[in-house]
Design a protein around this ligand. Structure first.
Ligand code: HEM
Length: 177
């Protein structure tokens, strides 16, 4: 299955917007997380936790799922394939792990926002800094992989390239869009 060029561009634009948007949203979340664990002002800490919950539910989770789905479309609908290049495979694994950790963490963030909204003193809550900083590092790594696209075919990709050369002498697997 190969996407027609116009559709491929549209999916790529959506993919880059959602995935790099995810990185930006995690950066905004991290700023709130830092304020929530360092501020001594009850109202500031409470507001931080409530905003963190809203950003996770309405921005970060939708963008993460959209990045994953559009990434899959971009791989399966272009000659890059899903299992042919190590950089695509690495992106898939890192994105799946990042999304799974995010979905598991969503409940903790919601519980902390509920506690903060209850009127109790929210300053003793631990925040989620290891997750937000870890998430930022992983998303940055995925972005670098996407732009650099390091060479390296998987054994499956290598077999496919040989098959292609046999059926289409002189034909080469495209290296980029
Ligand atoms: C946080 C997750 C992700 C980020 C930040 C991200 C980022 C990007 C960026 C910036 C590009 C454009 C690179 C360029 O054109 O030079 C790109 C392209 C691409 N991405 Fe992702 N991506 C993510 C997830 C995924 C996933 C999960 C897959 C596959 C399962 C994937 C597969 C691809 C493919 C195949 C391209 C090349 C598209 C083409 O040239 O037509 N991405 N990605």
């Amino acid at each position: 299955m190969t996407l027609p060029p116009g559709l491929r561009k549209a999916v790529l634009i959506t993919h880059v917007t959602c995935s790099v948007g995810w990185l930006g949203a995690v950066a905004a979340y991290t700023a709130l997380d830092i304020v929530a664990v360092t501020s001594q002002e009850v109202a500031t800490v409470r507001g931080g936790h409530l905003a963190m919950d809203l950003i996770v539910s309405y921005v970060i989770v939708p963008l993460a799922l959209a990045a994953l789905v559009t990434g899959l479309l971009q791989s399966l609908g272009t000659p890059w394939g899903l299992f042919r290049h190590y950089w695509v495979l690495a992106k898939l694994l890192l994105t799946v792990v990042a999304t799974a950790v995010l979905l598991a963490e969503t409940r903790t963030v919601a519980a902390m926002a509920e506690y903060a909204a209850s009127g109790a003193d929210p300053r003793a809550m631990p925040g989620t800094l290891p997750h937000s900083i870890g998430g930022l590092v992983v998303l940055l790594l995925i972005t670098i992989l996407s732009v650099v696209k390091p060479q390296g075919l998987t054994p499956y990709g290598w077999r496919k390239r040989q098959e292609r050369r046999r059926t289409k002498p002189g034909g080469r697997m495209p290296v980029s869009g």
